[in-house]
Structures are given as structure tokens and as C-alpha cells.
Design a protein around this ligand. Structure first.
Ligand code: PHE
Ligand code: NA
Length: 501
């Protein structure tokens, strides 16, 4: 009783979904600051090299694994080597953790669309964010009372996500991205053009683009470039393994990886222009140097942007709606892709249809997300979970997969698969990039994060060691244990299928 696998309707549909997954909050609030901090315009050189030598090769790797097996991550890895299924489930667990908190940031952004209309944050957006809005506890804990202002939009986020996934790959995910991604580009373009006409915008752009070539030989700049590429393309979550498993037999894998990789980076650069034009305005308005007003992450979105919106004399509400609307769309399309990884894995494993799988997975993920995050401790849990996932989860999982596949000698097999279906052949060069360059950079970054971790507890004293042990290391270890346990449970159907394959 094998169910026919779902398929994308068009190549453009797959590409838009892949781009929708990659383009996320990181493009908007992480890339601009990373570039600025690491040599400005000069950062583009290591960044481009990182994209070409690790980002796109990794995308091709994930596409190849998923397309070849036409299964979700655990089964696709299992088909390469039986024990590798554990890594697939480990990535599924990572996706589960990310989904629970990524949805929360989308929910915050939805609320801030509304706040933009009447500048609800008042004169002190910083105090408003953690105070009036999130009602954060003074010290971090785990369980706490709900904050209705986050709870309600979060329920909406989950309703939308579950609905899109329930409708299916072609009519749900594909159509949603076909609407959302062009809409995102249009909204964001209007925002950028508006920002360019603000007084001080050009100083912002100068600060962003002026190359500091003296930094080009600095190792931290190169690790920042590779780190941003890994983060931004979200390789190591098996999202691309999952999405490419719905491609037709004949699919241009390398061409698609190039389009998705360059589209994602272009969006980052566009965001850099918009963000720095806006920061230039802020600097001019407050007579501070640009370096004083640069920020990234939630601080940029929920503190700096509200401050800037309040400084605007005309069209302030529209500016806010465009900015937070962009965050919502960029976030939703990424969220949908992460949850689909889990749905696909569960469908394969239990041999069940899409609807029961979406009900099971969507229900469980939404439940944990809603139970844990829209509370007075939500901000702290999110901060710690996000740090561990980004510093260890993705990097380590990607490293293990790539190294194991190289060591068991399956890279040539994947390379032949890629070259047999693609327009541009990757040849042996790809094997070197995936088998040597990528693992070296991944390992290098893992070691660096670990060194930082050991040198000083994350959060510089805001969290107790027990808190970091449970939520950081504890969750990271649980994800690995889950992966191994899942792979240890015998799966007769999978054995039979793999034998027949
Ligand atoms: N990589 C995306 C970004 O740049 C976000 C993302 C995270 C997407 C996790 C999928 C999974 O923001
Ligand atoms: Na991205």
C-alpha cells in the first residue's frame, strides 16, 4: 500500500518555496549587521566565496539526497546508510524546536503591524517591548502565566501554518509561496525606496558599503561569512532534502540551487540597503554616528525600528506596516518549510496520509509552542533555545551528515545523480567542496562557538548555569538521543523498500 508521492506543480513553484524557506528573519535582521561589523563592502568578497564554496554545494547536496530517495530526511539518509537515519531524526527534532519559537517571532511581528498604526510603543520602545508588551518576568524561569497579547496572534500563526500544510505540497505550500514571495518582494521594495528618500539615508548606505579592505585577511571575517551563509540558507535542517523529495524525476538540481542561493543573498543585500538607509536617518535625527545606532536581531526590529517610525513625519504607519508585514511573510514561509520536514518524516515512518500527519505534527508542535512561549518567560526561553540551535544544532548536524556521507564513499554516487539530471554539471569539484572545504569550515565554527561557550556562560550572567544546562545543553542532547532512539526502532517496511530500491 504505497501512496503516490506528492509533487510540485511547476519548477517555479518549487523554486519559490525554496526561496521562501531560505529568505527569513535572518536576511532582514542578521545579514545587514554582520556585513557592517565585518568590513562593510569588503565583506561581500568572503560572503560570495562562502556562497560558492559551501552554500550552493550544500544546497546541491541536500537536493541530491532528497531527490534521489524521494523521501523525507530520515528515510533519505537511511537509504544512503542505515545508521544515518539517526541524523535525519535528529534534524527533525531540531526543526521541531525551531518551529516552536520561530512562530512566536512571527506572532510578535503581527502585533507590531497593529502597533505601527498608533505608535503604541510610546516614547520608550525598549521598555515597551519587554515591559508592557511581553510582560517579561524579572528573572528567567520556565513555566509562567500567559501573555494574551502574544497568545492570540500565535494561535493565528499556527492556524495559518497548519491550514497551508493540510492543503498539501502543490496546492498549499506552493500556492502560498507563489503569493507570499512576490508580495514580500513588492512590500520590501516599497520600503527600501521610501527609506532611500529619508534624510541621512546616503550616510547609512556609505557606512554599509564602504569597504574596509584591511579586514579581508581577518579570520573572524571569514568565519562570519561562512556562518552567515550556513545560517541564511538554513542548510543542516533537512528542509531542502524534504522539499526536493517532491520534485519530478527530471529536475535541474544545480540550476535550482544557484537560483535559490543567489536569490537569498540578493534579498540580504536589498535588506542591507533598506536597513542602513533607515539607520542613516536615525543617526541624522539623533545626531549620533551610525556606529552608535547599528543593531541587529530583535533589538533592530522591535526597538530600533519603532524608534525610527516614531521619528518619521509622514507615512510613519505605512512604513511600520511594510516593515513588520515583511517580517511576517518572510517568517511564515520559513516556518511552513520547517514544519513540513517533520510532517514528511512522520508520513514516511507511519505510512499515513498527509492529513493525519499534519494533524499529529501540527497539533503537537503548536501545543508546545503555545504552551511555552507566549508567557512571561517566553523571551528568555526563546533566546536560549535559539542560541543553542544556531551554534550547535545546525552546524553539528550538517557536519556529521557531510562527513559520514564522504567517509562511506557515497559522494560520487550523489554527484552522478546530480549530473544525470541537472543542466550544469558539478563534477569532481563538488566532491572536493562538500567533502573537504565545507566540513573544515563547519568544524572550525563549531570549535569557535564551543570556545566562546566555555570562556563565558551565554548571556553574560543573565541565566543561571542550571537554566543553560536544562534549556541549552539539555535540549541539544535530547534532540540527539531522540534521533538515535528513532533509528534503533526496527522498520520492516523501510527495510523491504530499501532492499527493493
Ligand atoms: N534561514 C532563514 C533566515 O535566513 C530562516 C530559517 C530558519 C529558515 C530556520 C528555515 C529554518 O532567516
Ligand atoms: Na536566509
Amino acid at each position: 500500500t504505497d501512496r503516490p508521492r506528492e509533487q510540485w506543480g511547476t519548477r517555479a513553484g518549487f523554486l519559490l518555496a525554496a526561496i521562501g524557506s531560505a529568505v527569513g528573519l535572518g536576511n532582514i535582521w542578521r545579514f545587514p549587521k554582520e556585513a557592517y561589523d565585518n568590513g562593510g563592502g569588503a565583506f561581500l568578497v568572503p560572503y560570495l566565496i562562502a556562497l560558492l564554496t559551501a552554500g550552493i554545494p550544500l544546497l546541491i547536496f541536500e537536493y541530491a539526497v532528497g531527490h534521489r530517495a524521494r523521501k523525507g530526511a530520515p528515510r533519505a539518509y537511511r537509504r544512503l546508510w542505515r545508521p544515518l537515519e539517526a541524523v535525519g531524526w535528529w534534524q527533525v527534532a531540531i526543526c521541531f524546536v525551531i518551529a516552536t519559537y520561530y512562530a512566536v517571532i512571527v506572532a510578535w511581528s503581527i502585533r507590531y503591524i497593529g502597533f505601527s498604526l498608533d505608535e503604541r510603543w510610546g516614547s520608550d520602545p525598549d521598555a515597551f517591548f519587554s515591559g508592557e508588551f511581553l510582560n517579561s518576568n524579572p528573572t528567567p524561569g520556565i513555566f509562567a502565566p500567559f501573555v494574551p497579547g502574544v497568545l492570540i496572534p500565535l494561535i493565528a500563526v499556527w492556524a495559518i501554518t497548519i491550514a497551508v500544510l493540510a492543503i498539501g505540497v502543490k496546492r498549499g505550500i506552493e500556492i502560498a509561496n507563489k503569493i507570499f514571495i512576490p508580495l514580500l518582494v513588492v512590500l520590501f521594495m516599497i520600503l527600501v525606496v521610501r527609506a532611500l528618500f529619508l534624510p541621512g539615508a546616503m550616510d547609512g548606505l556609505n557606512a554599509f558599503f564602504t569597504p574596509d579592505w584591511s579586514r579581508i585577511l581577518d579570520g573572524t571575517v571569514w568565519t562570519a561569512a561562512y556562518g552567515q551563509i550556513f545560517f541564511s540558507l538554513s542548510v543542516g535542517f533537512a528542509i531542502m532534502v524534504t522539499y526536493s523529495s517532491y520534485l519530478k524525476r527530471k529536475a535541474d538540481l544545480t540550476g535550482s540551487a544557484m537560483v535559490a542561493g543567489f536569490a537569498n543573498s540578493s534579498f540580504g543585500i536589498l535588506a542591507g540597503i533598506g536597513v542602513f538607509a533607515t539607520l542613516g536617518f536615525m543617526a541624522a535625527q539623533t545626531s549620533q554616528p551610525i556606529s552608535e545606532v547599528v543593531s541587529g536581531g530583535p533589538g533592530l526590529a522591535f526597538v530600533a525600528f519603532p524608534q525610527i517610525i516614531s521619528e518619521l513625519s509622514g507615512g510613519a504607519a505605512l512604513f511600520g506596516v511594510l516593515f513588520f508585514g515583511s517580517l511576517v511573510i518572510a517568517g511564515l514561509t520559513s516556518l511552513i518549510s520547517i514544519v513540513q520536514v517533520i510532517v514528511a518524516a512522520v508520513q514516511d515512518r507511519l505510512n499515513i496520509g498527509r492529513l493525519p500527519a499534519v494533524a499529529l505534527v501540527g497539533g503537537a508542535t503548536a501545543l508546545v509552542s503555545i504552551g511555552l512561549f507566549p508567557t512571561r518567560n517566553g523571551l528568555y526561553i526563546l533566546d536560549v533555545a535559539d542560541h543553542w540551535i544556531n551554534q550547535y544544532g545546525i552546524l553539528l548536524a550538517a557536519l556529521v551528515v557531510v562527513v559520514v556521507v564522504a567517509v562511506i564513499g557515497k559522494l560520487p554516487l550523489l554527484q552522478r545523480h546530480v549530473d544525470s539530471v541537472s543542466s550544469i554539471r558539478v563534477g569532481r569539484a563538488w566532491i572536493v567542496l562538500i567533502g573537504v572545504v565545507t566540513p573544515i569550515m563547519l568544524a572550525f565554527m563549531m570549535v569557535r562557538s564551543l570556545q566562546d561557550e566555555l570562556a563565558e556562560n551565554y548571556g553574560g550572567g543573565s541565566y543561571t548555569t542550571a537554566y543553560l544546562l536544562t534549556l541549552g545543553w539539555g535540549v541539544a542532547a535530547a534532540a540527539i538521543v531522540f534521533g538515535v532512539l528513532m533509528a534503533l526502532i526496527p522498520d520492516k517496511r523501510a527495510d523491504a523498500e530499501d532492499r527493493a530500491y
